[in-house]
Design a binder for this molecule. Structure first.
Ligand code: IPT
Length: 967
């Protein structure tokens, strides 16, 4: 199909006939203007995106619902994003998370993306939808469903099996997204096809685009080029409507300045960074996410993100904004359970100075519209101080200017003062600007806001708005900085410094009011000039970061003093606020003058008037009301019966395949890859029976689990050892029973399926055994017959609520020991640490009550600690949910955050931990405790996630259906 590009491209919902014909619904921008109230059109030019013709700066952040399986908490994250100034959320839809079996799709419960998209709209966020088909994202198979491991051929190309598969996925996800398109009254504004696709199959790309358009997606499509900008899918066959790329600055020293090149390749697209690193993932044995958060802290953000804005970008999406948890068997082999990412909102949903740093930038971008359309005037090291880099942008219509400064060497921690020449419509002046440490600044000149005129300021503007009768502007700077803010008036204004220390000077000749202040404390200055009154708030970056802003029909509201303000609405003279406090506090409320009463989370709070604004006292959480139980007595049961010679494996699957579609060629037959038999996650057991000749001396095995893998081996119940990769296990003398049945039992773990960067199907790399050969003279390997056992039901899930990634093939996983309601009263009582005595699997169960007051948000984690020399792994189930994989001798994760909704905060909870000792000494469990990571009084209201318990799934007479959702 011939693709066309125009200077400005608009995609319209109304062109139904074009849709029916399956052709792209692109028309020239200016020919389309008619929209209804409900639906909107999305268009763009090389400056920015436009919604209904109005320019937008898209400030988005990635949030993956599948890493937070508690839908009430989706709302929490979305509200926190909105409160921090994000106007969009970017979502990877994970194909494998919805499809446990070919043809089977589940969009219910924790997979209800329809509900997610509704919540995003209610929170006031646009959505950037990214349904793959391939997403990467450090998740199992990069989001490919596991049944695809059994299909033939390559992937991410035009191979027929793969094409049929991803078209099946798109046929399920597209209709849901379509309902939520902004063109249909929803909030989805953009749609990404593929992800960092570098393999060059243009027909494949074009086929996805054509399919997506035929499915009725009529917002612009884009692709995400790895480490752009570049030319990838910027034009030609396979190029989506818009060009976009990702950018991860892992070391500040290498900050890039080539973002503008995007226009060389895609002159009609705005500069769109579809993934802008806001942290990074941490591998098994890594540094941990506290260190990651420190590396990608507020100073880092200040330098990197302001640099990119200085490069002219007008669509940014942070990866991640909330990372969450790779619960269950969601991780690919490179990462562990926590996917905190060091992101702005941490895994346990708390916010801090890093979040506040994003908010300062976000609020400015929302308020200062001239930055949506700028040309670069100059960029490079400053003439008089080459250690400072200056990028100068100007809006061609308003002539508003932006001076973006940072250290040329971006990781420099020097304190510098430079002379900045401001040369704009009414001024040509050199002013001092300080840049202390890892700092970035966006300074504005020649800017009209409300009824005011800013000549320039050497402080940064955080926000401005106009309510009836009053303009408001907030400026901030680093503590101790000298600054001046110059406003222009026709005649001498009346200046009233209401709080703080601010000096001002009036220059009659020029009509300039110059305010200077050494930022310390939030100063308030009221200015009357005959125009609409102006209130200025001048503070340090810290103080500015504590402000919250909401738009209501009655005007913009600003508050300071609480941990979080989620929402504001005005009814009559009453302002209703919702939010969270972490301590008793005074909230300052800057609201339109007619507002006299305030409610907080539905309750009236007494409001005082101070300097023209309101103050209310808010209660904090009562820390005495929360105490976590100690987990003292545990029930213990050993559970590797699969190692015993007499164990009944007659119901197990016979492993007899002689061919495979795997990416790994087997060394010996039969094929012993768990995926080929429908067991895709966690640990699998193999039992190899042979009739002993007496000559067998051992067995050579090649276990394949992905990195940090392992397997354990027994002969007739006797432990032979554990390994990863290839190893020959020698049978102890006299262990083989002559002329009788002998059994080799092997438990192999699966660290997840590889990601799939190219078209070679690396996600199909073998999991299980690549080789199994009996050793000994005159010993035929053909005499060994193998059986395999994995998770209950394989691809036919028994527990569709928790889903495919929740279970492996451990005996306890298969028999409901993970579930609430399982009766463990016959199990032995133990206290921790507990030594199990021999290698293999043992299970621990405990239960506890929680009594967290309603409307408290208390992040709770389960913590395991032990001497790291013990070689064991643990699988932590909480109320039936696999919420942690722990490797004692590798780490780094010891604390496993347990989200409310899965955790029952108002009643009984169950913990089941499976411990796999890889040697006799290592078979033990160290200390396990519950830890509290904060306490907030909150408007958040969490509903328990519905999922079956032991009785539902295992009690007699219960006849479970095959995975039967939305077939
Ligand atoms: C980028 C991927 O697009 C994304 O899915 C995720 O894997 C991210 O990396 C890392 O967390 S690709 C990369 C080369 C930056």
């Amino acid at each position: 199909m011939q693709k066309k590009f125009w200077g400005s491209l608009v995609l319209v919902a109304g062109l139904l006939c074009a849709n029916l014909l399956g052709t792209p619904t692109s028309v020239k921008a200016d020919s389309v203007s008619k929209t209804t109230n409900k639906s909107a059109v999305v268009s763009f030019d090389h400056y920015s995106l436009k919604i209904n013709g109005e320019r937008k700066f898209i400030y988005s952040g990635e949030f993956e619902y599948w890493r937070l399986p508690s839908p009430s908490l989706w709302k929490d994250v979305l509200q926190k994003m909105k409160a921090n100034g994000f106007n969009a959320v970017t979502i990877y839809f994970n194909w494998g998370y919805h499809s446990p079996k070919k043809g089977v799709y589940d969009f219910s419960g924790i997979r209800d993306v329809n509900r997610l998209l509704d919540m995003a709209k209610e929170a006031g966020l646009y959505v950037i939808a990214r349904p793959g088909p391939y997403v990467n994202a450090e998740t199992d198979a990069g989001g490919f469903p596991n049944w695809l491991t059994k299909e033939e051929g390559k992937v991410r190309n035009s191979d027929p099996a793969y094409t049929a598969a991803y078209e099946e996925w798109l046929s399920h996800i597209d209709p849901i997204i379509k309902k939520h398109l902004i063109t249909k009254g929803g909030n989805v504004i953009l749609y990404q096809v593929e992800n960092e696709y570098g393999s060059g199959d243009a027909d494949y790309m074009q086929n996805i685009i054509d399919k997506v358009k035929a499915d009725g997606i009529d917002v612009p499509t884009f692709h995400n080029q790895q480490d752009g900008p570049g030319s990838q899918w910027a034009s030609g066959t396979g190029a989506p409507d818009m060009y976009a790329f990702d950018s991860y600055t892992k070391t500040l020293g290498n900050l890039k300045t080539n973002f503008g090149d995007a226009h060389k390749y895609a002159p009609n697209s705005p500069i769109f960074v579809a993934e802008l690193g806001n942290g990074w993932f941490d591998p098994w044995g890594g540094v941990g996410y506290d260190a990651m958060r420190q590396k990608f802290n507020a100073d880092y953000q200040n330098v990197v993100y302001k640099n990119i804005i200085g490069e002219g970008a007008t669509l940014l999406s942070y990866y991640m904004t909330y990372g969450g948890t790779s619960w269950g068997y969601l991780p690919f082999p490179g990462v562990y359970t926590s996917y905190d990412y060091g992101a702005a909102i941490s895994e346990n949903r708390t916010i801090d100075a890093k979040t506040a740093g994003q908010k300062r930038i976000a609020y400015m971008l929302d308020a200062v519209k001239p930055i949506y359309e700028t040309d670069s005037l100059s960029e490079g090291p400053m003439a008089d101080n080459a250690s400072i880099r200056l990028a100068k942008l100007q809006n061609p219509k308003t002539q508003t200017q932006f001076y973006i400064l940072r250290h040329e060497q971006a990781d420099s921690t020097n304190n510098d003062e430079v002379s900045l020449n401001i040369n704009s419509a009414d001024v040509n002046k050199t002013v001092p600007v300080t840049l202390n440490g890892q700092a970035g600044k966006i300074l504005i000149a020649n800017y009209k806001f409300g009824h005011q005129k800013l000549v320039y300021s050497t402080a940064e503007m955080m926000t401005n708005y106009s309510n009836r009768g009053k303009d408001v502007a907030v400026f901030y700077s680093q503590k101790g900085d000298k600054n001046e803010t110059v406003l222009k008036f026709d005649r001498k204004p009346q200046v009233n410094v209401r709080s703080g220390k601010v000096d001002y000077q009036w220059n009659e000749k020029e009509g300039y009011l110059t305010l200077s202040n050494q930022y310390q404390g939030l100063a308030q200055v009221d200015i009357r000039s005959g125009r609409q009154n102006l209130m200025l708030l001048l503070g340090t970056d810290d103080e500015a970061g504590q402000l919250w802003q909401q738009k209501t029909h009655a005007g913009t509201i600003l508050e300071s003093g609480s941990y979080l303000v989620r929402s504001a609405s005005v009814k009559g003279r009453t302002l209703a606020l919702t939010g969270d406090t972490d301590k008793r506090t005074t909230l300052k409320v800057y609201a339109p003058d007619f507002v006299k009463t305030v409610t907080w989370n539905g309750e009236r709070v007494r409001a005082r008037t101070v300097n023209g604004s309101l103050e209310v006292d808010l209660a904090g959480p009562d820390t005495r009301k929360v105490s976590l139980p100690k987990l003292t007595t545990w029930r213990y049961q050993e559970a590797s019966p699969e190692t015993e010679l007499n164990f009944d494996d007659s119901q197990w699957t016979i492993a007899d395949h002689t061919t495979t579609n795997s990416n790994t060629k087997p060394t010996t037959l039969p094929v012993l890859y768990s995926d080929d038999y429908g067991f895709h996650h966690g640990n699998v057991w193999f039992r190899g029976h042979f009739n002993g000749s007496g000559n067998e001396t051992g067995i050579k095995l090649y276990g394949s689990s992905g990195s940090h893998g392992a397997y354990s081996v027994w002969l007739n119940g006797k432990f032979l050892g554990s390994a990863d990769g290839r190893k020959t296990f020698t049978f102890p003398e006299d262990a083989v029973k002559k002329d009788q049945d002998n059994v080799v039992s092997v438990m192999v773990t699966n660290m997840g399926h590889e990601e799939n960067w190219g078209i070679t199907p690396t996600f199909k790399n073998a999991r299980g055994l690549r080789e199994a050969s009996l050793q000994g003279t005159d010993v035929s390997n053909e005499t060994i017959q193998w059986r395999i056992q994995g998770n209950q039901g394989g691809e036919d899930l028994k527990d569709t609520a928790r889903g495919a990634y929740n279970y492996g093939g451990l005996y306890g996983e298969r028999n409901g020991w993970t579930l609430p309601g399982y009766r463990d009263s016959a199990w032995r009582k133990v206290s921790l640490p507990n030594n199990q005595g021999e290698a293999g699997v043992g299970w621990y169960r405990n239960s506890f009550d929680l009594n967290i007051p309603k409307n408290y948000d208390v992040p709770i984690a389960l913590k395991i600690t032990d001497d790291p020399s013990y070689n064991y792994r643990a699988y932590i189930y909480v109320n039936g949910w696999l919420y942690g994989q722990y490797i004692n001798n590798l780490g780094p994760q010891h604390e496993f955050y347990l989200p409310s909704g899965l955790l029952n905060e108002h009643g009984k909870n169950n913990i089941s931990i499976a411990v796999w000792g890889l040697d006799d000494q290592g078979a033990r469990l160290g200390n396990v405790e519950l830890v509290q990571d904060g306490i907030y009084k909150s408007s958040l209201n969490v509903q328990q996630v519905k999922a079956p318990d032991y009785q539902d799934l295992f009690s007699k007479g219960h006849h479970h259906t095959k995975s039967g959702v939305h077939q």
